[in-house]
Design a binder for this molecule. Structure first.
Ligand SMILES: [Ca+2]
Length: 296
């Protein structure tokens, strides 16, 4: 139990870093959850996946691979060091070949698995297997073109993103604002964009829509966690612009935002791209931090 407590402490102390002010190692990728009452004493080590399939679009920026929560739960009678193998069909690659952790009965350990789709990969379904000595869990990976994605109406999903700058002390790729992940958890681990110009404005991030599409709503998700609340670390003032006939025009303005998510609705325009022009952030830590941008 003492070892588990130490593992928990590591997981908690190095979870996140706010861009620029607080350089820390990249986020610890293991998380340990207490799952009381789940051990049946069957002796099994049970693989866990956060979804029963994974959709990995073709042709997206390699800085923003597809993500899957994986883990394992011990139903053993005694604590042990547990290992789960991660196997994936070529040419796809996974960010870790295995998951290894000390694991008492009834506990589970989780990690984020990144799945990369190299250029030239044929579309189709590929195998991903999470294998423990007792059980194999199969999670099919569907490689599809971006145009074939079920985007739920979000025209920005997985489209190309460009930004005015990018902070480099951790993982803040611009493409992460269109990766479908709205969560601020694990900030600096590739789930959002942080610009590189402290206290200098504006900062701009644009998403190309692939073709001219009617747009009447843009949603912005900014950094918002218990440690880094939007009221101190999120974006405050910005313009929403749409590129119509080659010209950028302002279609909405947000001022004084303190929330993690802000919706802008406007008269429909036919746009090739949308962009967010950030004019100010909250608090003294003046960077732009955006988790996700959606366009409908
Ligand atoms: Ca994101």
């Amino acid at each position: 139990m003492r070892i588990l407590a130490a593992a928990l402490a590591v997981a908690i102390t190095v979870t996140t870093t706010a861009g620029g002010l607080d350089p820390e190692p990249p986020p610890q990728s293991l998380s340990v959850k207490v799952r009381p009452g789940t051990s049946k004493g069957s002796g099994r080590l049970v693989p866990i996946a956060g979804a029963d399939r994974l959709v990995a679009p073709l042709g997206v920026d390699p800085a923003c691979p597809a993500k899957l929560e994986i883990g394992m739960r011990s139903d053993a009678k005694k604590p042990s060091y547990a290992t789960m193998q991660v196997e994936i069909d070529a040419p796809l690659t996974a960010s870790r070949p295995m998951l290894t952790s000390y694991l008492p009965p009834g506990y589970e350990v989780g990690a984020k698995l990144l799945v990369a789709v190299p250029p030239g990969t044929a579309q189709g379904t590929y195998g991903l297997r999470l294998r423990t000595p007792s059980t194999t869990l199969k999670v099919p990976v569907e490689v599809v073109p971006v145009d074939g994605l079920d985007n739920g109406g979000n025209l920005a999903l997985r489209r190309p993103v460009t930004a005015s700058s990018q902070h480099t002390n951790a993982n803040y790729p611009p493409c992460s604002v269109a990766d479908g992940d709205r969560s601020s958890n694990g900030w600096a681990g590739g789930n959002g964009w942080n610009d590189a110009t402290a206290r200098a404005w504006p900062d701009t991030v644009a998403v190309a829509l692939g073709s001219a599409r009617p747009v009447s709503r843009v949603e912005v998700y900014t950094l918002d966690t218990e440690r880094y609340p939007a009221s101190r670390y999120g974006v405050r003032d910005w313009d929403v612009q749409a590129q119509v006939g080659g010209q950028w025009q302002t279609v909405a303005q947000v001022r004084g935002n303190t929330a993690g998510n802000a919706r802008s609705e406007f008269t429909p325009v036919t746009a090739d791209a949308v962009r967010v022009v950030v004019l100010a952030s909250n608090g003294a830590n003046d960077y732009t931090r955006i988790i996700e941008i959606e366009a409908y």
